[in-house]
Design a protein around this ligand. Structure first.
Ligand code: ATP
Length: 382
């Protein structure tokens, strides 16, 4: 079942929580609503669910207007951050709840409810805990039960509000994978709210980025990451290194820091955005970049080594500006960067913003003819 959000407005007193929001949520896909706290994600989810009314606009399910339909008639499954399980009911009773409380005519016979609960217990891999009460479960187990309860009535739409927000990192990752496979098996149309960009990019088919009651961008995760349409989206999708300066005749500079910008026609104020993996570290400047930085910290934890650096001698950078560059463990073993060392950032791909609110221009030094491609810059003897 597809969902259409058509020109939805919502005010709380003087605060415009949603500002003319329109969206298409495709059938059978997992869509993430991603944005900072207060951007309107939960309000939008609640309006789609029928738990909150909008001031104007329409919600349609597969083209049918459901704006005036009561929540119980929308056939939606919900999962909230704080499990909301019934404390006095066992796991099995919690899962059966939605079916037990259907009007008599729609309610399946007792034996069928029991069969369905058993199937769901198998699916969430908790049949051995069916007689426990919520207080006797871990957070991850509670959230599995909440999911089983949400889908017991076989809804076409599943709405999840920060479903893994209260869980620790490990359990969160496991449950993410599990939700993805569950989704692939049952093909619900799902929307989940999160402020965790990694979770949104990893789990969803489509990401809706929200900011201050507006939709900033809608895209598939890989497209969104490759082509953020605004500074806001860029900033929100993770760590980014920025060189702000004056662009004159193909060179962007700030104090002693500069980088050539092949192909850019723009003159004047500009900012170059570089992600940690789009930059290499060298011990000497190259022909296309002079970006001196001093190493502040080196972290070896994780699949790559994270090097934090502070601009050295750039004119306008505040003292708390930190650049982050990711290098492989083998590069680390080769170069042995250490706190206090001077290094030069060498951009490979960058994103240049020039006018206000403009789309960024992608600068690819690696494929530009004047600059040879270099992955590992081993000029430590220079
Ligand atoms: P979070 O990630 O913190 O949950 P969110 O993006 O889900 O944030 P919403 O909960 O949708 O944001 O809230 C959007 C704005 O509307 C916030 O500024 C919030 O304070 C306000 N708001 C939400 N519900 C109400 C309410 N019932 N009464 C008054 N203001 C509200």
């Amino acid at each position: 079942m597809s969902i259409t959000v058509d020109s939805i407005n919502k005010r709380f007193g003087k605060y415009q929580a949603l500002n003319n929001v329109s969206l298409d949520i495709p059938e059978g896909k997992l869509t993430a609503l991603l944005g900072p706290s207060g951007s309107g994600k939960t309000t939008l989810l609640r309006i789609i669910a029928g738990l909150e009314s909008s001031d104007s606009g329409r919600i349609c399910f597969s083209g049918q207007d459901v704006t005036g339909l009561h929540v119980r008639d929308r056939n939606i499954g919900f999962v909230f951050q704080h499990y909301a399980l019934f404390r006095h009911m066992t796991v099995a009773q919690n899962i059966a709840f939605g079916l037990d409380s259907l009007p008599r005519k729609q309610r399946p016979p007792k034996a069928e409810i029991q069969t369905r609960v058993n199937e769901l217990l198998e699916m969430i891999q908790l049949p051995h805990l069916s007689q426990r009460f919520p207080a006797q479960l871990s957070g991850g187990q509670k959230q599995r039960v909440a999911l089983a309860r949400a889908i017991a009535t076989r809804p076409k739409i599943l709405l999840l509000d920060e479903p893994f927000g209260a869980l620790d990192a490990r359990v969160r990752k496991d449950l993410r994978r599990w939700l993805r496979s569950l989704h692939d098996e049952f093909h619900f149309t799902s929307i989940f709210v999160t402020h965790d960009q990694e979770e949104a990019l990893e789990l969803s088919d489509q990401v809706v980025v929200m900011s201050q009651g507006n939709v900033e961008q809608v895209n598939e995760p890989t497209e969104l990451y490759a082509r953020p349409g605004s500074r806001f989206v860029f900033d929100f999708l993770g760590q980014v290194n920025v060189l702000s300066g004056e662009l004159q005749q193909g060179r962007l500079s700030q104090g002693n820091a500069w980088v050539t910008v092949p192909g850019s026609e723009h003159q004047g104020n500009a900012q170059l955005y570089l992600r940690p993996h789009e930059v290499q570290l060298a011990s000497a400047p190259t022909a296309h970049a002079h970006l001196p930085l001093r190493i502040e910290a080196v972290s070896l934890i994780g699949s790559e080594v994270r090097v934090e650096l502070r601009p050295e001698g750039w004119q306008n950078e505040s003292t708390d500006t930190i650049w982050e560059v990711g290098i492989s463990h083998s590069e680390f073993n080769h170069q042995r960067p250490a706190r206090g060392d001077l290094r030069y950032a060498v951009p490979e791909i960058g994103h240049l913003f020039n006018g206000k609110d403009s789309q960024p221009e992608t600068i690819d030094w690696a494929s530009s003819e004047s600059v040879p491609r270099m992955r590992l810059i081993n000029n430590t003897s220079a």
